[in-house]
Design a protein around this ligand. Sequence first.
Ligand SMILES: NC(=O)c1ccc[n+]([C@@H]2O[C@H](COP(=O)([O-])OP(=O)(O)OC[C@H]3O[C@@H](n4cnc5c(N)ncnc54)[C@H](O)[C@@H]3O)[C@@H](O)[C@H]2O)c1
Ligand SMILES: [Fe+2]
Length: 409
Amino acid sequence: MWTLKKAWYRTFQFVFNICEVFLPQHSPELLTGAGSIKKLPAFIKSKGIDKVLIVTDTVLSKIGLLNSLFAACDEAKLSYVLYDGAEVNPSIECIEKAYKAYCDNKCQGFIAFGGGSSMDCAKAAAARVARPKRSVAQLGGTLKVLKKVPTLFAVPTTAGTGSEATLAAVVTDYSTHHKYAIQDPVLLPRFAVLDPELTVGLPPHVTSTTGMDALTHSVEAYTNKFAPKYTRILAEKSTKLIFENLEKAYADGKNLEARSNMLLASFYGGRAFSRACVGNVHAIAHTLGGLYGTPHGLANAIILPYVMEDFGPAVYKPLACLADIVGIKGNDDGEKARAFIAAIHQMNKNMNIPAQIDVIKDKDVPQMVEWAMKEANPIYPVPVIWDEEQFTKTINRLRNPVTEEATIS
Ligand SMILES: NC(=O)c1ccc[n+]([C@@H]2O[C@H](COP(=O)([O-])OP(=O)(O)OC[C@H]3O[C@@H](n4cnc5c(N)ncnc54)[C@H](O)[C@@H]3O)[C@@H](O)[C@H]2O)c1
Ligand SMILES: [Fe+2]
């Protein structure tokens, strides 16, 4: 029975991959460089838009990170309404409030300003504008929007999710603790601003964990089956930039070059997985975000090396290629791949990211397995399709690491 199911999943992935050729994904037009946020309002006006809803979170509005944007809006005579209620792991309620603010104020576009949470809140609200008769829950899944959404201008202030370059908006239903994605090419922002000055104040632990989220996107996209060549090139570029810059940005937040490179790495990673998908790391991480509120990047950082270890020889070849790109040596693909995974454990250790997750309760494991399998299958073209037993084994290993590297605390 399981063999038949696996064959059906692979067939689905193969056919879906062919269909995706007919759903081309554009690359958002970019404004880049230190201070580029100041150019955004005039740019928006040049697109014939006079009023926008700025979606962000209270932390960013309180620390004054939006001040230069507000000043530039005034200068360019771009009207704006501020909604700063986006929550970490955005809820349906905060998305509904953003949607209402957009409609009540007759806005013509969104500025999605912040980390993945703020950007996804804006993207999901935009989906509601396009489909007012469908609830957020009804929009969850793949290709449920299929209608033009208001123009999205994305401004990432973390370098991790790549949401500014993806077709996804991840939402959490707090009544069930289920975290899921709305995935539709119409949610891909048309424009994005990669301004490193907006990320210099990011605390070290947010820098490290969000950066490891970007690495997870690239590694999962790269190891997945059916990944087209352009996504492989993007994932390679992103992985190299992360190996060269993440620890620098972690050690010195004001290093503008490292910050710039991390924004680019995150953008490339987002573009790569938007087409080639993520995999079992994300499927498990989302269950932790939903059940315990574990920050997304932190969950991915910890889970990534375990899942890659548990895929075994199926990922040796792609991981060996990534090892070559970042200069990790080995005598054969297996050795290089294992050294690459060890390097991920080491990066986590260098940035004080724990090697284990201690919040997982025994009683929740079956629910985690069920949600992770539901998210991954049939859509994620993972290198090895896991059954219930393997998901359980890996989740338990996150709590009881058995490899030498994994026992780092
Ligand atoms: N749409 C996608 O394609 C996609 C991909 C991956 C993850 N996600 C989702 O994105 C969310 C996580 O986003 P995230 O990791 O960017 O974190 P986040 O948006 O949740 O932000 C984390 C914290 O960092 C703060 N912060 C953000 N930028 C800051 C800055 N420049 N200075 C100081 N503080 C700052 C925020 O206020 C918040 O308190 C999760 O819900 C995750 O599931 C979405
Ligand atoms: Fe992610």
